[in-house]
Ligand binder design. Sequence first.
Ligand SMILES: NC(=O)c1ccc[n+]([C@@H]2O[C@H](COP(=O)([O-])OP(=O)(O)OC[C@H]3O[C@@H](n4cnc5c(N)ncnc54)[C@H](O)[C@@H]3O)[C@@H](O)[C@H]2O)c1
Length: 371
Amino acid sequence: MRPLFVAGRGGGRSRTVRRIRLVRPRRRGDRAAAEAIDRDQANLLGRTTAGSDFGVKIAIVGAAGGIGSSVAYTLALTGTGDELVLVDRREDVVQTHVWDLEQLRTAVRPFQVRAGSLADAVEADVVVFSAAVPPRKDSPRIEFLAENLAIARETGAALGAVPDWPGVLVVASNPVDPLVTELHRTTGIDRHRVLGYTVNDSVRLRYGIAEALHVQPHRVEAWVLGEHGDHCVPLFHNVQVDGEPVELNPAQRASAQAYLHEWYPRWVRLGVPRTSTWTSGNGIASMVRAIATGGENTWPTSMVLNGEYGITGTAVGVPARLDRDGASVLQWQLPADAWQRMRQAADYVEDALARISPASGRQRPTSAAGH
Ligand SMILES: NC(=O)c1ccc[n+]([C@@H]2O[C@H](COP(=O)([O-])OP(=O)(O)OC[C@H]3O[C@@H](n4cnc5c(N)ncnc54)[C@H](O)[C@@H]3O)[C@@H](O)[C@H]2O)c1
C-alpha cells in the first residue's frame, strides 16, 4: 500500500519529508478503505486544499467558550474567513485560543487570527454571538433570558451604533428567539441581518428519523421551524431520504419526535457545564460560510418576521436563503397544524419577553389568515 508522506518545513529554504505511520484497516485487501484513510490523514496532517476566494472578517463574541472556540476552530479548518477576531471577557483564555489557532496556519490556507474587542466586531462582515452565563443543571433555555440579554445588549449597542450596520449577526446564545427579537427591536439593525442559530433542531430531527428508519443520518433531510426549544415545529410532510419523499408511520414519527424533544432535557440533566460544541461549531461555521458565499442552499434560521407565516414583529425559526445581506425568508406551504404551532411559538417568545420586561410595549404577533 501507498505510504503517506507529508512535507514539512525544516527551516530556511530546506524541506524535510517525514513519514507518517498509518493505522490500516485490519481486513486484508480493503484497498478502498485504506485509500480513504490515506486521504483523511492527508487532510488532517498535510496542507488542506480547503480554501475560499472571498475576503471576509469574522468576529466571535464569546470566543473563549465552548461554542465560540469550536466555531473558530471549524472556520480555520474549513478556510472560511480571512480574518478571525476573538472577543471574550476571559482575555487570557482567548489568548491561548489565538496562539493555538495561529499554528494551524502551518497546515491550512492563510488566515489571520487575533484577540479583539467589540470595536473590531463592528467592522466584521459576520459577528457570531455566543457569549453567555455558564450552563446550569436542569435549566431550560428560557431561564437564561434576562442574564444573556444583558450580555447581548453590549454587543447589540456597539453594532447598532453604526447607522445601517452592513454586517450579519448570528446569535447562538440561548434563548435564541427572544434574544434575536429583542436585539432587532433595541438596535434597529435590519431584521434580515440579525439571525438566530437554530440548525441543531433540524439536525436532531434528522438523527431521530434516521434512527427510526434505520438509515444513515446524512441520507435524511427534514426540517424544524418555530422556537428553538420546547415550542419548536418539526415538519413531517416534507421528509426525504436520499432525495425521495418518505412518509413515517405513527411509531416512527413518535420515536423521532421523542428523540428531538428529549435531547435537551437529557443533556442538562447530567449537569455538565458544556453544551453541544462540536455540532454547533460545525453548524454555525457552515452558516457563516453560507452567509459569506451566498448560494441556493436553504437554512433554518430565527429572524424577526414581517407577516411571513402570519407573524409580525417576533423572531422564530423559518426557512431562508443566506448571503452577505443576511437572510431572505422562504414562504413554505405548511400543514394547518404546523401553521398554528408557528403562531404559538411566536406567542411563547413574546410571553417570555413580557415576563422580563412587561412595560416595554412590545407588539404581539398579529393574526393572519391562511398558511
Ligand atoms: N443555538 C444553539 O443551537 C446552541 C447550541 C449550543 C449552545 N448554545 C448556547 O450558546 C451559549 C454559549 O454556550 P457555550 O457552551 O459556548 O458556553 P460557555 O460558558 O462555554 O461560553 C460562554 C462564553 O461567554 C463569555 N462571556 C460571558 N459574558 C461575556 C461578556 N459580557 N462579554 C464577552 N464574553 C462574555 C464567557 O467568558 C464564556 O467564555 C449558551 O447560551 C448556550 O446555551 C446554543
